[in-house]
Design a protein around this ligand. Structure first.
Ligand SMILES: C[S@@+](CC[C@H](N)C(=O)[O-])C[C@H]1O[C@@H](n2cnc3c(N)ncnc32)[C@H](O)[C@@H]1O
Length: 277
């Protein structure tokens, strides 16, 4: 598997993309060794039941994933793409429940390695594959997917329009996408790396322009409190996180925590379901 290019669909963002991927590589390598990270994430980020074998590092609740899976309506002999899959938990959960296969795409090699290991442990290796790619360059064939999910990552894409045209390209007509993502406040992210590169405060118009009919959009319950409680807990647990996860992972998390608490970059966290027309 080729490593993902550090440009995203030809859009270069002066090293910020590599910084993000290096940070995620460190975090995915450190999570397994950190009970404190897993505990604080479960308590604050999703604050409810979520099967630990399919845990994630985002703000996804089990209710949200159930609603997404119900909308996608996948079954055996269908393939789901999980874009920005990281360690692959949510996509594998859908595969386990529905019988579909899953292909996970992420630029982080450590995330992909963790996802492969997790698929093995869950007995799903024959229905799961993981390969390097980005939102705008998934390396997946035209019309090859029955469904697409993406959990809490689209806000990092340097070209949001390219994200939805790529999703439309890999889905056939009638194919469905369900994603969660943050919408940013453009004023608050002005000049920031990554979140400030292509700030989008409402995904609806981009989806419609790319050839999707939106079925529903839901603002995620309590997202703002969950985000601030999580990153406050990360900041307070920093010495323990450094011990358990190592410097690189803890400092990447610490940087995200500081930036999120200082700039309050997010306007909404949404869960969106749409069909390709
Ligand atoms: C908050 S994590 C979410 C991971 C996973 N979906 C989950 O729920 O645990 C964000 C993910 O986005 C990935 N990512 C960052 N920039 C990306 C890009 N331009 N294209 C695709 N994935 C990207 C990161 O490598 C990381 O795995």
């Amino acid at each position: 598997v080729e490593p993902a290019d550090e440009s995203e669909g030809g859009v270069r963002d002066d090293g910020a993309f590599s910084l993000v991927v290096d940070g995620y590589d460190a975090v995915y390598s450190g999570v397994a060794a950190s009970p404190t990270f897993r505990q604080l994430w479960a308590e604050h980020a999703y604050g409810g039941p979520f099967p630990p074998d399919y845990a994630h590092i985002s703000f996804l609740t089990l209710d949200e994933l159930e609603a997404m899976a119900a909308y996608l309506g996948l079954g055996r002999d269908t393939v789901l793409a999980d874009l920005a899959c990281g360690a692959g938990g949510p996509g594998l959960w859908v595969a386990a429940r529905s019988g579909c296969s899953v292909v996970g795409i992420d630029p982080s090699q450590a995330g992909l390695a963790a996802a492969r290991q997790r698929a093995d442990v869950a007995g799903l290796a024959d229905r799961a594959r993981y390969q390097a790619g980005t939102f705008s360059d998934t390396n997946l064939d035209d019309r090859s997917m029955a469904g697409v999910i993406s959990i809490d990552a689209i806000q990092y894409a340097p070209d949001k329009r390219a994200v939805f045209s790529e999703v439309r390209r890999i889905l056939g007509p009638g194919g469905r996408v369900a994603f969660s993502a943050f919408e940013v406040d453009p004023e608050r992210v002005q000049g920031l790396p990554v979140l400030g590169v292509d700030p989008v405060d409402d995904y609806a118009a981009l989806l419609e322009d790319a050839g999707f009919a939106i079925a529903w959009t839901r603002e995620s319950d309590g997202w703002a409190d969950r985000v601030s409680a999580t990153f406050t807990a990360v900041t307070e647990a920093m010495p323990t996180l450094i011990d358990e996860m190592g410097d690189a992972a803890a400092s990447s998390l610490g940087m995200e925590a500081a930036l999120t608490l200082q700039f309050r970059p997010y306007r909404r966290r949404v869960v969106v379901a749409a069909t390709a027309t």
